[in-house]
Design a protein around this ligand. Sequence first.
Ligand code: 13P
Length: 341
Amino acid sequence: MSTQKLKDTIRDMVVAGKGILAADESVKTAAKRLASINVESTEETRRQYRNLILTAPGIEKYICGVILFEETLSQKTNSGILFPEHLAKVGVVPGIKVDEGLAEFEGSIEQYTKGLEGLGSRLEKYKKFGCRFAKWRAVYHITKDTPTEMAIRRNADDLAKYAKICQEHGLVPIVEPEVLIDGTHSIDDCYKVTDKVLKEVFAALKKENVMIGCAILKPSMVISGKEAAARAGVDEVAKKTIMVLKANVPHELPSINFLSGGQTPQEATAHLNRMHTLGENLPWYVSFSYARALQDPALKAWHGKNLEAGQQAFLKRAKLNSLATMGKYTKEMELDIAAVQ
Ligand code: 13P
């Protein structure tokens, strides 16, 4: 195992003012996104969708890493360059989603993540395409009875096993425990669950001897359920999120990159920005690894045909989130198109 290689990848992915783009929708999820703009999902339309986002001119000013889906590795840009090669050429680190989706525990709504079997050999294949980091997502459902201790432990163990295998193969693991936003739960319920989940994840990483200094955490924010009667505001989300991270995340971890998890693009940006204006001393780099919050406005503007409008919409969100990592975003910028070009 080459620790230097992992350190080099961390250096290239933890860059002030930049974040990670998740463009790793599975075929099924990509079909859902394309259906929302009335585009049929085929291998070619999925390629066009990736081309829209990944070849946006100047993407590298705001994005330092992109999580890809396996199919995209062997697809090409409109100019005929393999997507991972194109990214590397403009200075963006290509990475890959390596989990194989979710499965249900018998008789329960709770889920675990598939994909540990044969993971090492898949990583070797992905490395040949230029991938330098990986992602694995575990999910936790908040209801009156869940998540259970059993699901929290199983997902923590699997995240740790995955992270260990990645590091052994020279890839930086992004560890993604997502406490789902679906439900009517309060922000305090979300805090309690997130606290338990993170405790278990870091205990498991330690037990597996994962090098925390060569891993990235991709958590959900501490937030009210989407259907909660009264949802917490920006200030409370930012404060409680930072509080739970300070209580659980070791200082050696280099970077925390949030998922957007069903927040609107504006909410995701405002929350990240507020974390940087609280006046708290943050021991890690705190940034984004959004999928929907970066891509949804671009999909709408593109509509399967208007490449330039789609790319501008993507670059606008990328720039606003870049500003948020420095606490320099304001709501007014949402309306000021000129300010973000
Ligand atoms: P969202 O930002 O859309 O939640 O996606 C992040 C992600 O990578 C999910 O695994």
